[in-house]
Design a protein around this ligand. Structure first.
Ligand code: WTA
Length: 632
């Protein structure tokens, strides 16, 4: 069955069916996949525990659906195009047959290094083809992958490895990032000093560096490759067996391991990929996200491969060797569908039009945006200069927890509007809630965005701590999944996302909890206390503003102290969490009960101190004047 929606009427019919008969609707989609055994029941759910099970007792392997089932018709079709960091280095292409073989070999390497079904495997790798092989190899043998973005520090990696009790780590000697090379294996070695669960490390030779190889623990991928078979049967998985864990930040200090399972995630990423981008068989598709984030999982790997698409993976950065790189790559491979983040668009806008105008970009048909609200200026620039006003821009709203796109236009099918995600996808039942917890039914009103019915790609639990999952998403409003975002509908019912309403900030499309950054800063021996807030940033969307209180022994030179704080954050989390501004203060504004008044700090960070509201309940009101005067 062809389940691509082709008109507004078809969208309306599909949406209505998905609400009135959700089980029949999703079963109809799921029929299109290869199952070793069909499900007994489409859905079991309650949002109290929460418990959500899709395709109950269905048996499958997602890689049979990503790879094996395409071999007959698409064996010689390109599955993966890999473009290296340095444009002078040759790109590599893999057909579906070749990718299948690579994945089987990697799966056999994992097996011969002791990995079994259910084991957790940590993948800390740059954007190289072996990263794709690794992810799929885990799925093939039923191991649970936990990809950690290769920009995280050794401390952040160790936390995640220990939380998941990973048995094996897949990594590389180093990585290329624009003009720089970064020693990846060294970071892994440092992390593993505190990770007793890890038995083996498999190292891919990417930059050709001599690295420390621990006898009995570390092995080279290329050496292992010579010893393994090209065939690897896919493990039979239950629809609700774990497929992967992906750590993401919430409003508390410790990142949580979001768990996705095999069956529902498969059906949902494929369905949303085809429909949102209106993917056609011959399209070349490029998603610029790193596989270290959910977008890379769902829309660089799984979604496109499930759909039999050609997906492009790029090792480098948008500004190397110059800010025309994205556009050069689009022309080089004739990319038809391009999916990127607002922060990338804004940074390229800032480097001038010439870089875009020197490329034809004729192949483009659809543009996508993801990760943070796209401001109107960036939307128009993208639409006019990249899409030449010919390509619809799909602004896709979703989360690590949702597994796939939830609110978005379908390219050329449903309406688009700058800064609006559009309608809900079939199967998605959003609801807006007010301060009192009541439903907002009128349009043009802001509220808290929740979901009232499960969808196949949704989070099942937070790894090792189900109560945390309940607390974070299902306890704020009874029987609803709470997204943490504020939103509103326009008069036509198009959704607009306002942004996070919790203590999560979104910096260049990367999620951080303010408490997580505070915990990191507080590790510095000179810091007594800190408070972190987000503020509007032209390129990053939000910047990180830290207020810090230091001890008596702290360096008197403020620049030195700031540099030290930054170093601590880089060490604890990674460069991506570096504060943009650090204000040294003698105290923080607190209520009499000791709670930091973040509202005031946010205003200071935003540069809007004309109306700070009522400060009379503060423990120490004069501190506010000091903070306002010292604002950066
Ligand atoms: C934000 C990324 C506005 C939102 C896929 C959400 C967006 C968080 C959009 C999830 C969008 C994502 N418009 N805001 N199109 N897409 N967000 O888990 O605040 O890294 O809650 O998933 O990013 O970030 P995450």
């Amino acid at each position: 069955m062809d389940y691509r929606i082709r008109s507004l009427e078809e969208y309306q019919t599909a949406y209505q069916k998905s609400v009135e008969q959700p089980e029949e609707f999703w079963a109809g989609i799921a029929e299109n996949f290869t199952w070793r055994q069909k499900w007994d029941k489409v859905l079991n759910w309650n949002f109290e525990e929460p418990r959500v099970e899709w395709f109950v007792n269905g048996k499958l392997n997602i890689t049979e659906n990503c790879l094996d089932r395409h071999l007959e018709k698409r064996g010689n079709k390109l599955a993966l195009i890999w473009e290296p960091n340095d444009p002078k280095e040759r790109f590599i292409r893999y057909t579906y047959r070749e990718l299948h073989e690579k994945v089987c070999q990697m799966a056999n390497i994992l097996k011969s290094n002791g990995v079994q079904k259910g084991d957790r495997v940590c993948i800390y790798m740059p954007m190289i083809p072996e990263l794709a092989f690794s992810v799929l190899a885990c799925a093939r043998i039923g191991a649970v992958h936990s990809v950690i973005f290769a920009g995280f520090s050794h401390t952040a990696m160790a936390d995640r490895i220990n939380d998941a009790q990973a048995k094996v780590v897949l990594t590389s000697d180093g990585l290329n990032r624009g003009p720089k090379q970064i020693p990846v294996k060294r970071v892994v070695d440092e992390a593993l000093e505190t990770c007793p669960s890890v038995e083996k490390v498999i190292v891919v030779d990417r930059v050709g560096w001599a690295v420390n190889m621990v006898e009995g623990r570390d092995v080279w991928y290329h050496e292992e490759l010579e010893q393994v078979d090209k065939h690897c049967p896919a493990e039979e998985m239950d629809a609700e067996d774990l497929l992967f864990i992906l750590y993401t930040s919430g409003s508390t200090g410790k990142p949580k391991g979001v768990v996705h399972t095999c069956g529902g995630y498969m059906v949902y990423t494929d369905y949303t990929f085809r429909n949102v981008f209106q993917y056609e068989e011959s399209d070349i598709y490029w998603c610029t996200a790193d596989v270290g984030w959910i977008t890379g999982h769902s829309y660089l790997l799984y979604g496109p491969l499930l759909s039999g698409a050609t997906t492009l993976m790029f090792e480098g950065v948008p500004t190397f060797p110059d800010p025309g790189r994205f556009w050069q790559v689009i022309d080089k491979f004739g990319v038809n569908i391009f999916y990127t983040a607002p922060t990338a668009i804004r940074s390229l806008m800032a480097s001038g039009l010439d870089h875009v105008l020197s490329y034809s970009l004729d192949s483009l048909k659809v543009l996508g945006s993801v990760g943070e609200p796209i401001n109107e200026e960036a939307w128009h620039w993208y639409h006019i200069h990249v899409g030449k006003e010919r390509c619809p821009v799909v602004d896709t709203w979703w989360q690590t927890e949702t597994g796939g796109i939830m609110l978005s236009s379908l390219a050329n099918i449903t309406p688009t509007k700058p800064s609006h995600a559009g309608f809900a996808l079939p199967g998605v039942q959003p609801i807006l809630i007010d301060q009192e917890g009541k439903e907002i039914t009128e349009n043009e009103q802001e509220g808290y965005l929740c979901m009232k019915f499960p969808w196949p790609g949704m989070i099942r639990t937070t790894y090792g701590d189900h109560e945390r999952c309940r607390q974070s998403y299902f306890s704020t409003y009874p029987n609803l999944y709470f997204t943490g975002d504020g939103a509103k509908r326009d008069k036509n019912g198009l959704w607009r996302i306002i942004g996070r309403v919790d203590d999560v900030i979104n910096v260049s499309g990367h999620r951080f909890g303010t408490a997580e950054i505070e915990n990191a800063i507080n590790q510095n021996k000179h810091i007594v206390e800190s408070a972190v807030v987000g503020y509007p940033h032209d390129v990053k969307g939000q910047g990180i503003y830290a207020f810090v209180v230091c001890g008596e022994e702290a360096p008197t030179n403020q620049e030195n102290l700031r540099a030290e704080v930054i170093e601590t954050v880089v060490d604890q989390i990674g460069k991506i969490a570096k504060p943009d501004k650090i204000q040294i203060v003698s105290g923080l504004p607190k209520t009499r009960s000791g709670k930091i008044m973040r509202r005031i700090l946010r205003k200071v960070a935003e540069g809007d101190t004309s109306n700070l509201g009522d400060t009379s309940t503060l423990l120490d009101p004069p501190i506010v004047d000091e903070i306002v005067k010292g604002a950066l």
